[in-house]
Design a protein around this ligand. Structure first.
Ligand code: GUN
Ligand code: FE
Length: 435
C-alpha cells in the first residue's frame, strides 16, 4: 500500500464543447490523495478525508502544487520512425519512399529494433505517455522488440506487425500468406500476455493487394475483439491513388468496408479528406479516427474537420503519429489540435483536450476498463505534471490562473520539461530529477 498526494485531475466523461464542462465530468482535488494497492488504485479523493484511512507509516509521494493525472494515451504512432522525425521537405508519398521505407528496412535486425524500441519507450515515459497503439514494421522482430521492451517496463502497450505486399521496397513486403502467418504467430505469443495487446496492422490500402486485405478480414474474424489499425484519407494524392487501385470501391473507406475491416476497435489514422457519408458509415460501424494534428501540418496533409466528426458522433482520438508527427509531448500535439481547430473556428477547449488524451483515448481503444482515469480499480498509470516548469509557464503562474487557464497554458506552452514523474502500475518509472 502506498499513496500519491497533490492536485489530482481526471475525467468521468466527455466534458462537452463549451468552456464550462458538463456537470460531473471533471474530477479535481486541490489536495488529493490516490491510494494504490498492488499496482491498482484503491481509492482517490480529497486528502482530508482519505489520509485518516491510511495505516500508520504508509509511504506517500507528495507532489505539492503539481497536477497528478492519469497517464496519457497515444492511439497512433510508429515506433520505427523515431529517428526519422523532422525529415525535411516531402509530403506523404514522397516522405514514405524517401525516408520511411529505408529506415523501416533496418528493423530486420533485432538488435537495431531493440535499441529503437527502448529509446522510444523512454521518450513516451519522459512525456507522461504510459500507453500507446503503435505500428511496428513488416518484420516480426520489430514486434518482438517492442513487446519485450514494454514488458520489461510493465507498460500497457498495443502494437502489431505491418502487413504490406505491394508498392513498397521488396525487402519490406510480405505476402498475403506470410503476413497472416507471421501475425498469427505473434498473436499466439504476445496477445494478452500481461499488459500487451496485439493489433492487426495493414499499413494502408495502397500497399496491400485485394488478396491481402481479404486475408486480413478473415484473420480479424478469427479474433473479433482485436484492435485493427490502419490509415485513411490522409493526403489528396493518396486518396486519388486509392481510387485508381480500387476502382470498384465507392470511396477510400469502402475499400476497408469491403474486406470487413470497419468495426468497433478499428482505428483509422487521419480521416482528413472524407465527407459526411463516410463519417456516417464510420459512426454506424463503430470505427474510430485518430486525429494527428502535428503530422497533418508537418506533411501538409490538410485540416481535420473536428466539428463535423463530433456532430456526426464519430469516435475520435488525438495522437502524435510520430515520426510524421513532430513531438512525443501530448501538450505539443494538443497545441496543434487547438490551432487546427482555430482554423475552422472550433478550437478545442482545454477540458476536451485533456479528456481526449486520457479517458477519451482509452475509450477509443476500448481499454477504459483498465486505464484512463483515477477511479478505484483502475491500473495506477499516472503522470505528475509541473504547471510552472518553464520560465514562460512560471510567469503565467504568477497571475493566479484558474484550472482551465492552467491547462490551457500547459497545452500551449508546455513540453516534456513539465513532466515531473511517470508511474506504471504504481511504480515510479520516470523521475525528471534523475534524468
Ligand atoms: N500512410 C501509410 N503509412 C504511413 C506512415 O507511416 N505515416 C503516415 N503519416 N501515413 C502513412
Ligand atoms: Fe501513421
Amino acid at each position: 500500500l502506498h499513496a500519491l498526494r497533490g492536485m489530482t485531475l481526471s475525467f468521468n466523461d466527455d466534458p462537452g464543447t463549451s468552456d464550462q464542462p458538463h456537470d460531473g465530468t471533471v474530477e479535481f482535488q486541490k489536495d488529493g490523495l490516490i491510494i494504490i494497492q498492488e499496482g491498482r488504485i484503491l481509492h482517490s479523493g480529497p486528502a482530508s478525508l482519505l489520509l485518516e484511512t491510511l495505516p500508520e507509516g504508509t509511504p506517500i509521494d507528495h507532489w505539492p502544487d503539481q497536477l497528478i493525472m492519469p497517464g496519457f494515451i497515444d492511439p497512433h504512432l510508429h515506433y520505427s520512425q523515431l529517428d526519422i522525425t523532422a525529415s525535411y521537405g516531402r509530403q506523404l508519398l514522397d516522405w514514405l519512399n524517401t525516408y520511411t521505407f529505408p529506415e523501416e528496412s533496418r528493423f530486420s535486425e533485432r538488435a537495431y529494433a531493440d535499441e529503437i524500441a527502448n529509446a522510444f519507450l523512454e521518450q513516451l515515459l519522459a512525456n507522461g505517455v504510459t500507453t500507446a497503439l503503435a505500428f511496428c514494421t513488416t518484420h516480426p522482430a520489430s514486434v518482438e522488440a517492442l513487446f519485450t521492451a514494454a514488458s520489461d517496463r510493465n507498460m500497457r502497450m498495443l502494437g502489431g506487425k505491418v502487413m504490406m505486399d505491394r508498392n513498397a521496397p521488396e525487402a519490406l513486403c510480405d505476402t498475403p500468406e506470410t503476413g497472416i502467418r507471421d501475425s498469427r504467430r505473434l498473436i499466439e505469443k504476445w496477445h494478452d500476455h500481461g499488459r500487451l495487446e496485439y493489433a492487426i496492422t495493414p499499413r494502408f490500402a495502397p500497399t496491400s493487394t485485394p488478396e491481402q486485405l481479404a486475408a486480413t478480414g478473415r484473420l480479424l474474424s478469427d479474433y473479433p475483439g482485436m484492435v485493427m489499425q490502419t490509415h485513411l484519407s490522409e493526403n489528396r494524392q493518396e486518396v486519388d491513388w486509392v481510387a485508381s487501385l480500387f476502382p470498384e470501391a465507392r470511396d477510400y473507406l469502402d475499400v476497408y468496408s469491403q474486406y470487413h475491416l470497419v468495426r468497433p476497435r478499428a482505428i483509422f489514422a487521419h480521416g482528413i479528406h472524407i465527407d459526411d457519408d463516410v463519417r456516417q458509415r464510420l459512426a454506424d460501424d463503430g470505427g474510430a479516427i485518430a486525429f494527428c494534428p502535428s503530422s497533418n501540418l508537418f506533411l501538409g496533409s490538410g485540416l481535420f474537420d473536428w466539428r463535423s466528426a463530433r456532430e456526426q458522433e464519430v469516435r475520435v482520438g488525438i495522437a502524435s503519429d510520430i515520426g510524421a508527427g513532430t513531438s512525443f509531448s501530448p501538450f505539443q500535439t494538443l497545441q496543434d489540435a487547438y490551432k487546427v481547430g482555430q482554423l475552422s473556428h472550433q478550437p478545442l477547449t482545454p477540458w476536451q483536450a485533456f479528456y481526449a488524451y486520457t479517458l477519451g483515448n482509452a475509450r477509443v481503444l476500448d481499454i477504459d476498463h483498465h486505464i484512463g482515469s483515477l477511479d478505484a480499480g483502475k491500473e495506477a498509470d499516472i503522470t505528475v505534471i509541473n504547471p510552472r516548469a518553464t520560465p514562460m509557464l512560471a510567469r503565467k503562474d504568477r497571475h493566479d490562473p484558474t484550472l482551465m487557464e492552467q491547462l490551457f497554458n500547459l497545452m500551449i506552452l508546455g513540453d516534456e520539461r513539465c513532466i515531473s514523474a511517470t508511474y506504471i502500475m504504481g511504480r515510479k518509472i520516470y523521475d525528471a530529477q534523475n534524468s
